[in-house]
Design a protein around this ligand. Sequence first.
Ligand code: 4AD
Ligand code: MG
Length: 475
Amino acid sequence: MERISRTKIADLQAYEQFGVKVNVKGWVRTRRGSKQINFIALNDGSTINSIQVVVNLENFDEEMLKLITTGACLSVNGILTESVGSGQRTEVQATEIEVLGVCDNTYPLQKKGHSMEFLREVAHLRPRTNTFGAIFRIRHHMAMAIHRFFHERGFFYFHTPIITGSDCEGAGQMFQVTTMNLYDLKEDDQGSIDYKEDFFGKQTSLTVSGQLEGELAAMALGAIYTFGPTFRAENSNTPRHLSEFWMIEPEVAFYEIEENMDLAEDFIKYCLQWALDNCMDDIQFLNGARKHLYKNEEADDLIERLRFILDNKFIRLSYTEGVEILEKAIANGHKFEFPIFWGADLASEHERYLVENHFKCPVILTDYPKEIKSFYMKQNEDGKTVRAMDVLFPKIGEIIGGSQREEDYEKLSCRAVEMDVPTKDIWWYLDTRRFGTAPHSGFGLGFERLLLFVTGMNNIRDVIPFPRTPNNAEF
Ligand code: 4AD
Ligand code: MG
């Protein structure tokens, strides 16, 4: 086979020079045609669009042709020509074909229209479907958008540890990290496990958030963000929870909660605009795919969905006002599964009611009761609420959680003790409040929740390559 350097299919589609010889490599999506001519849709992942390879059968070896089945990997030399058929602009008239990898007939992606549930069982292969190709390309573009947004604004990307000795959210939902022999655990004098024997000489876990270390950095570099995996051992089997998810956590010195809200709104809008500017092919594909996957009312137009957020200012109101609206809704006959009263944590149905039914717009809810929020949030004068801010989104519910931080050493350490957060594990965190403390604020955006919104998928397991959820850590 003649050696020609490979061109990616994404690049070929922009080519203007017809009649040149090219090489393409990729996987067979479909093969159809007559006894004389076959059409192979070849995809190399660089774009949602497959290239059509036109094969004049009499020019090729019969035994080789038999190997060109769905899923097989090919290298094709051929002439780039303008396509006469609709759909694609260019095609390749094959002159030489090499089968790089055959694909036997147990290949699970033989036909179109597999259910999302089935595709989760073959997560090692699902990136080869159009739907998951689109999702994972969008995932990449969103990650780039996030780095661009912060870099352009002078934020520094700061790497916080994955293995930690402290529980940032204080919810006790951590995965332990240990090298101890679980069949032979040593006990100390009190009959507890003796972690001195363990790898780090203390109890450690996978982090639930990089915030505490992020705050240390903000008190030195001014404005930072983290972007990494976080782990939560909460037993929530919902379409919006993962045990391993990626979080972006900016933290800014001298920001009060209003500036924090402005940052959150600008940030989300920048990401959505980026998706429209850079991922239109994939978004349009998903828009169509969703019409088959989901019921009508769930398959809203994705592009309109994104534009709507860009065109509207987020509504800002307090938790107390939010609860009043929900109570009125109940008085007017609306039914919720979970009870709502001042002091209760909002369930997803409550958040979505505010956003989808009442305001029909994203909402930033602030000043939550201190009992339902973390120890580090700045305490309000009223003694009852803290300066929290949650950004609530249509279809998603909570997409961002954040707050202004308590910068007063006494108030912060008292609250930690009240909430049973072991202060001996976070002495270093408390130190920032002793050594040049300052007002500061930050938040966490759930990366997969953002992706749910952008891709229009309705299950979070379908926007991360290899989802980890209770009873599920395959691949
Ligand atoms: O509200 P959370 O728990 O806030 C924090 O972790 C803070 N330390 C953030 C900060 O202020 N720096 O989580 C932040 C966001 C949520 O709004 C949600 O989008 C996402 O992380 N999230 C999850 N995403 C997927 N699966 C889960 N189990 C999630 N838990 C939270
Ligand atoms: Mg939260």
